[in-house]
Structure formats: structure tokens, C-alpha cells
Design a protein around this ligand. Structure first.
Ligand code: ADP
Ligand code: MG
Length: 606
């Protein structure tokens, strides 16, 4: 990742003022220990940890040193944007911390705050770097009140607030920044010039608050020092950076100031910037919150966009007036300060556009390298998995094995070679896996199609068999009827012949294997050997008949009938049984075939 930097947070607890002590105010609830601010509550103790905690006794010098502001100034010299802002309720010591001691009229009488110290530090560093770089320093000073931007260093200070009645406009520039239009910017050659301008602006701030009828604590002020540096050895190397020193309006709640109704509404509108700032801090501090911070909702957050969650080094100084009466305000200040400490900025060196492009490209290269190495790791990881899989399965794929063998040389090759090799191996392994899968899939498909075809065949043959069975049944039916008819005819004939004993001789066996609609021959016809017996009986019966002609004619008639009957029964009956047997065998065979197919199909499914 790029050079990430959390917003540094310092908490300064101011001492009780003389008049507060006289009024009997106490500090019985706020204490500090090292980097911790402790809230002593009746039931449970709360403690907040910060980068820097400055107790009541801390001097301005100690604040400057503890907050490592010198390092921030060094960053500005190197080309980074830096922001220092003071946050806290009215009277908590923001202006005191930023500017220094003021008299009762608000005139700075001891310029020992962060701003004057920073300006001196800046010019000291400029002096130290004078042989390498040529620096130019520019100052501007503005305040935001009721969502309007006023120039505190306007040319005609007496009339400027009338001219600026609607405030200065703000626009979005190509460098992804909000800039205030027509804001006076002064070039300064020394720290004194800058401090002088700052004092002038601060005085104007108070004058403006009188003219516009508001307390100066209700406006936000931004003192901006812009630094341009040109490398003397390489004049193309041009850097611009800025140092923003911000004194915010009081963060007190409306209930404390006693404003109600319309005034309260006005107060909310006036502090819209502060409210938006709190929202931005809350959103940015919560990494799970993907909401876009509402920078554009207020002038202050627009101008501090780079400072909070942007590309600046940023220091927040949360000021606390430790009076017991301000307990809620102090807890709120500590909570916002804690949130701010979670915000990550990515400070970026502000080189000139050409260098910026080069640096951007370098950064891109770095990030691509990083991605590449990650991809490399990922590929190696995947390769290892594939290798393990290969080892476990003991694949016989020679190509794959040779690829894996190659992997033992991974350590000795360059990263790029490794990447190519690994990719190659992965592709090959993947393709061989794919082939195996494809083969399996085709096999399975073929088997499935075979099975479906077999089922279809089975169904078809079943249908055919059913139809054939139906036909056989019909044939059986008609034959049975014919047999019945013949039996009846036989019976009549036997009656006429007078040999009833012959009729039940050797009844024909039924084919035992045919169950349904098979031969139902109750009175089977005579078979040829029975005929001879019949003839013998007939001859015996008519042996003693005196009338030879009658005997002969009867004999001839009987013979004729027997022959005719024999022809009818033999000619039909025998083929009938053989047909049955044939059909039965066919059905049996079909059933066997079906059974075989079924069992084969079941095997294949398994
Ligand atoms: P704010 O700007 O937050 O409204 P000020 O900076 O005006 O508050 O401070 C309010 C009062 O407290 C001033 O009279 C200031 O001189 C005093 N004060 C603030 N901080 C300190 C401090 N650390 N030591 C002594 N006096 C302080
Ligand atoms: Mg103030």
C-alpha cells in the first residue's frame, strides 16, 4: 500500500482560569495519565487513548514539541500538504493553542501559539535548505461564517465585508481541490511578514464578527501558507505544498449557549460546517461504512477535503476545558477525537505535473509489481495444490509429471520465469484434467444413450409380445370353439354308430405347460391308432349281420365318416398343438431375452 498515515490526535486540557476558580468551578472528573485521558465517573471509569495528551500544566513550547509540529513543517518543505486543526467547545483553548495569549479585546499579546511557532520553524528550515532550493511563501487567511467565506486579508478591510456580503465563491479545480476564488494571497519573504499578516487577519476576524454581528468563536478560520520550491540543481523540479492552520468554531451544544427556537435553527445553520465535519469524521472512521463522506455539504469540509481522508499529513488538537459543567461537551470532544484517530490519510508529495506523471507511473509500476508478486504467490499456491493432488492420485500423465518435476527448480529461476512456467504447468494440468473430465463425460453420455435405447427396445418388444399373445389368445378361442363343434359332431356320430364306450378311450393329454386359453379339449377327437380299434369294434359288431349289403354300406359310410373326421381332426389338431408349442417357446424365448436385457441394463446403471 501507499504511504498511509492515520490522522494524529492530541488532546490538550487547559487549566481552570482564575475567574472560573473564583466562581467555584471544579475539575473533579477529568484526569490524564501518559497518553490517556481519564473520565472519572461515579459508576464506571472511562479512558481514551491518543497520540499525545497535554495536561493542564503543558506550556506552549511543550505542546509544539509534543505534537511534533517541527516534523510536519519538514514535510511541508519536502512537498507534502499539512493541516493542523484545533477542535473543541468555545473557551476550551483553541485560539490560545493556535495563536497564543490574547488580551480581553482579542488582540494577540503573546504570539507563542502553534501558528507563530510554525511560521518561525518554516522559515528556519527554508534558511537551512536555501542552498539547494529556492522557496517562495504565500499566505492567505479566510473565515467561514454561516456558510459564507470571507477574506480576512481583503484589500480594503473597512469595506470588504460589505463587498463580500455574499461571501467568496468556491470552485473545483483540475488538481482535484476546492479553491476560493478572488482570495488575496500575499507573498512573504520572512516569518515576521507572515506573522504580521496573520495578526492583521485575526484582528479583521474580530472586526468582522462585530460588523456581521456574531461572536468570533462561531466562525472557522483557515490560515494557509503556500510554499513553492524549485530545486536549484534541477530547475524542472518544482514542488508546491501548503500548510493549513485551522481554528474551528466552538463545538458546544445549543443547550449550553441557551439559544432556542429561531436562534437555535440559525445556530444549526451556522454550525452546519461543523456538523458536516463530524459526519465526515464519523463516516471515515468507520471502515465498514461505505457511504461517501458528504464533503460537499459544507464549505469547511470542501476546503478540508484533502486534510481529512485525503493526501495530507494531519494533526487534530482537541481542546478541553475541564470544568465539571462541561462534562458532556468534553466527552463528545473526546469521542470525535477518538474517531478522527481512525481516519487514514495518504500523504502525497506534490511535485510539478511532469514529475507527478513520472511519479504516478512509478507508483503504478510499484503497484503492478505488487499485484504481480501477489499473482505469483497465488499461482504458486494453486500449483502446490495441483501438485499435492497429483501426488495423491499418482497420475500417470507424463507431461504433467514432467511439469511438476520442473517445479523443483522454481526457487532458482527468476520470478518472471517462474510465473510463465507455473502458468504453463497450470494450463497443462488444467487441460489434462479437462480432457479426463471430457472423456468421462462422453463415456457416461454414451452409456446413458445405450441404456435409453435398451429401455426403448425392451418396451417395444414387450408391446410386440403383448400383441402376439393377444393374437394367440384369439386363435385359441376360435380353435376351442371349433373343437367343441367337432366334439359335438363326434358325439353324435358315435351315438349313431352305437359305440359309446369308445368315446372316452385314451383321452388326449393337455399340454401342461400352457396355462391360459390353452387346449380346453374335454372330449378330444380320435387319433389314428384309436381309429383302427374303432374299426375293429365295428367289424366285430357287424360280423354277425346277415345282410351283407347293409353291412357293407354301413361299413363304407362309417369308414368315410371316420376318414373325414380323422382328416378334419388330425389335419387341424396336430398343427394346432405344434403351433401352440411353437408360440409358447417363442414367448418363453422372448421372456428370457427380456430378462437378460433387463439384468444387463440394471448392471450398467450400477
Ligand atoms: P476558544 O478559542 O476555544 O474559544 P480560547 O483560546 O479563547 O478558547 O481560550 C479561552 C480562555 O482560556 C482564554 O482567556 C485563554 O487565554 C484561556 N486559556 C485557554 N487555554 C489556556 C491555557 N492552556 N493556559 C492558560 N489559559 C488558557
Ligand atoms: Mg477561539
Amino acid at each position: 500500500m501507499q504511504n498511509q498515515q492515520k490522522i494524529r490526535v492530541a488532546v490538550r486540557i487547559r487549566p481552570l482560569l482564575d475567574h472560573e476558580k473564583r466562581q467555584g468551578h471544579l475539575n473533579s472528573r477529568i484526569d490524564c495519565n501518559g497518553q490517556e485521558v481519564i473520565i472519572k465517573e461515579e459508576r464506571n471509569k472511562k479512558s481514551y487513548k491518543f497520540d499525545h495528551v497535554l495536561p493542564e500544566t503543558a506550556s506552549q513550547d511543550q505542546v509544539f514539541k509534543s505534537c511534533e509540529i517541527d516534523q510536519l513543517v519538514q514535510s511541508v518543505i519536502e512537498g507534502y500538504h499539512v493541516t493542523v486543526f484545533a477542535y473543541g467547545q468555545t473557551g476550551s483553548g483553541k485560539t490560545f493553542t493556535m495563536e497564543g495569549l490574547r488580551d480581553d479585546e482579542g488582540i494577540a499579546i503573546k504570539p507563542d501559539g502553534i501558528i507563530p511557532k510554525t511560521v518561525h520553524s518554516l522559515f528556519n528550515k527554508i534558511k537551512q535548505n536555501a542552498l539547494q532550493k529556492d522557496f517562495s511563501v504565500y499566505c492567505s487567511y479566510l473565515q467561514i461564517y454561516n456558510e459564507k467565506i470571507y477574506d480576512l486579508l481583503g484589500e480594503t478591510t473597512k469595506t470588504s465585508y460589505n463587498v463580500q456580503a455574499n461571501g467568496l465563491k468556491m470552485r473545483w479545480n483540475v488538481r482535484d481541490q476546492f479553491v476560493v476564488e478572488n482570495l488575496f494571497v500575499y507573498q512573504c519573504k520572512s516569518a515576521e511578514e507572515v506573522i504580521q499578516l496573520f495578526k492583521l487577519g485575526s484582528r479583521n476576524r474580530i472586526t468582522a464578527s462585530h460588523k456581521l454581528n456574531f461572536q468570533s468563536s462561531r466562525s472557522h478560520s483557515i490560515f494557509e501558507i503556500k510554499i513553492e520550491s524549485i530545486d536549484l540543481k534541477n530547475p524542472d523540479y518544482f514542488i508546491t505544498s501548503k500548510l493549513e492552520l485551522v481554528d474551528l468554531a466552538g463545538s458546544e451544544r445549543i443547550s449550553i449557549t441557551g439559544t432556542e427556537g429561531r436562534q437555535a435553527k440559525e445556530s444549526i445553520e451556522i454550525n452546519k460546517s461543523l456538523m458536516t465535519l463530524r459526519q465526515v469524521i464519523a463516516i471515515l472512521s468507520d471502515t465498514n461504512n461505505k457511504t461517501i463522506p458528504p464533503y460537499r455539504d459544507s464549505k469547511l469540509t470542501c476546503l478540508l477535503k484533502q486534510s481529512i481522508g485525503g493526501n495530507c499529513f494531519c494533526l487534530m488538537i482537541a481542546c478541553i476545558a475541564p470544568l465539571d459543567t462541561f462534562y458532556d461537551e468534553n466527552v463528545s470532544t473526546l469521542q470525535y477525537a477518538t474517531k478522527a484517530a481512525y481516519i487514514t490519510n495518504i500523504p502525497v508529495k506534490n511535485d510539478d505535473p511532469k514529475l507527478k506523471i513520472i511519479n504516478d507511473l512509478k507508483q503504478q509500476i510499484n503497484s503492478l509489481k505488487l499485484e504481480l508478486s501477489k499473482a505469483n504467490e497465488h499461482i504458486e499456491f494453486l500449483s502446490n495444490i495441483v501438485q499435492k493432488k497429483d501426488n495423491n492420485q499418482n497420475m500417470n500423465n507424463v507431461q504433467t509429471r514432467s511439469n511438476f518435476d520442473n517445479m523443483n527448480n522454481v526457487q532458482t529461476r527468476s520470478n518472471f520465469d517462474n510465473l510463465l512456467q507455473n502458468q504453463q504447468k497450470l494450463l497443462e494440468v488444467e487441460s489434462s484434467d479437462e480432457d479426463a473430465n471430457k472423456f468421462e463425460y462422453t463415456q457416461f453420455n454414451d452409456r446413458l444413450i445405450d441404456s435409453i435405447n435398451m429401455v426403448r427396445e425392451l418396451l417395444l418388444s414387450n408391446k410386440e409380445m403383448r400383441e402376439r399373445e393377444e393374437q394367440i389368445n384369439q386363435k385359441c378361442e376360435s380353435m376351442y370353439r371349433e373343437i367343441q363343434f367337432l366334439q359335438k359332431e363326434n358325439f353324435e356320430l358315435r351315438e349313431r354308430l352305437g359305440d359309446p364306450d369308445q368315446q372316452r378311450e385314451s383321452p388326449q393329454k393337455r399340454p401342461s405347460t400352457i396355462k391360459k386359453n390353452t387346449m380346453m379339449v374335454e372330449e378330444p377327437g380320435f387319433l389314428p391308432e384309436q381309429m383302427t380299434q374303432f374299426q375293429r369294434n365295428f367289424q366285430k359288431d357287424f360280423r354277425d349281420t346277415p345282410n351283407k349289403d347293409y353291412k357293407d354300406s354301413q361299413m363304407q359310410m362309417t369308414n368315410r365318416n371316420v376318414r373325414a373326421h380323422s382328416q378334419r381332426t388330425q389335419g387341424r389338431q396336430l398343427p394346432l398343438i405344434s403351433n401352440y408349442q411353437q408360440n409358447f417357446e417363442e414367448v418363453q424365448q422372448d421372456e428370457m431375452t427380456n430378462f437378460g436385457r433387463r439384468s444387463l441394463y440394471q448392471k450398467q446403471l450400477k
